[in-house]
Design a binder for this molecule. Structure first.
Ligand code: HEC
Ligand code: HEC
Ligand code: HEC
Length: 131
């Protein structure tokens, strides 16, 4: 005779063991990081587009900027609230987000993406712990 109780208990323990690395990390690492804004960014009060849009689509926006600049020769972008932006990774995004390690990298390390942009584009020099 099967002992249904024991099988279920066994299954539950199995699931707990298999998922251990996941829930063990819940407390310390699984929370999506809150990237820090620089005083300059705070003062500007807004990004190029809404926060929700930027969070989900900044990669596409960067690709569009690159294509517009490199292929079409455009340099200006009209963003949220009609604000004008220079389409530049170094000279626009990283002017406000000059704390790349505390901002861009904080999310990227968490999801383990490593944009290769910095092979050519220059990273901002950071005061503490710079590379
Ligand atoms: C192989 C070198 C190289 C790599 C890697 C690279 N770029 Fe570029 N990128 C360039 C060059 C060269 C230009 C043209 C610069 C100009 O005309 O101002 C440019 C221009 C741009 C521009 C518009 C101009 C500016 O000042 O920013 C954007 C935006 C951009 N790249 C984004 C990216 C992003 C995002 C990545 C990573 C996903 C990336 N690039 C990776 C070489 C590179
Ligand atoms: C004028 C200053 C400024 C510029 C330029 C700027 N940002 Fe932002 N960025 C901000 C501010 C301020 C916020 C927070 C917006 C909010 O809370 O509504 C933000 C938010 C973001 C977020 C969302 C962060 C989160 O907590 O979810 C991302 C991603 C981002 N920016 C990427 C970029 C990229 C990529 C560029 C260039 C294409 C850029 N920003 C250009 C000021 C700027
Ligand atoms: C709120 C978190 C967050 C912030 C802040 C953030 N990113 Fe990202 N970024 C992501 C995520 C998540 C991905 C991966 C998206 C995917 O794979 O679809 C990503 C992907 C990218 C990519 C595409 C990389 C690839 O290999 O496809 C680029 C380029 C990029 N981010 C640039 C930036 C820059 C520059 C900044 C700082 C100005 C920045 N990001 C800030 C979360 C963030």
């Amino acid at each position: 005779m099967y002992d249904g109780g024991k099988i279920i208990t066994g299954l539950i323990i199995g699931v707990i063991l298999l998922s251990f690395p996941f829930w063990y990390n819940l407390g310390k690492a699984a929370k999506f990081p809150e990237p820090k804004l620089t005083p300059k960014a705070k003062q500007a009060g807004q990004c190029v587009e809404t926060k929700v849009y930027m969070k989900a689509h900044h990669m596409q926006l960067l690709n569009k900027w690159r294509d517009d600049v490199v292929r079409k020769g455009y340099r200006l972008y009209v963003g949220l609230n009609g604000k004008m932006f220079k389409m530049s990774l170094q000279n626009e995004c990283l002017k406000c987000h000059s704390n790349k390690q505390e901002f861009c990298d904080k999310c990227h390390n968490f999801v383990d993406v490593k944009p290769y942009c910095w092979e050519c584009h220059i990273e901002p020099k950071e005061a503490k712990g710079g590379k």
